[in-house]
Design a protein around this ligand. Sequence first.
Ligand code: SF4
Length: 193
Amino acid sequence: MGAMRLNLANTLRKSAANGPGERFVVWVQGCPLACPGCWNRDTWSFGPRRVMEVDALAEEILAVRGIEGVTLTGGEPFVQARALASLGRIVQDAGLSVFVFTGFERAQLVGHARRELLEVTDVLVTGRYVQAGRSTEEPWRGSSNQQVWFLTERYAAEDMTRTAAAEVHVAADGSMRLTGFPPDELRAAVASS
Ligand code: SF4
């Protein structure tokens, strides 16, 4: 078996707006769900974007000091479930937690590879983004139909308060990136800057 690879859209070494505490965020490339109003349309295509071996990404994550876990989002993480399960196992063994956002419903997460990823997930947020149910009040959810599942004892409802609503990251070239669940005014301000 060759080395397992991931097709990534982006990564962020430290974010406080994507799950509890400071986390390394992995946006995977490729999503088949096409939710109207999706904030990350550039992650829909399944064409190769930033292809990386699982071990190399794990090494990059484990080199970051001061994070308590990893957040897997996208794109659709469960399309790359096998490779992400492998990544999840490595980081959990190193003491980090795993938080996963998926557009699928919990009942759709069947089959060997998907179960493998569930086995290394501490918190799972399920359900498609529904524009009409847009919510900025409920932590960890983009729309109020989405559900939060605590799959291990590591986190509980009170950890929801340990998340910033949104962050703006400024790159070396001056470009700005918004992450988390920002209110509309902030989204508009960054888009027009
Ligand atoms: S599941 Fe997420 S990434 Fe995929 S289309 Fe819906 S909102 Fe966008």
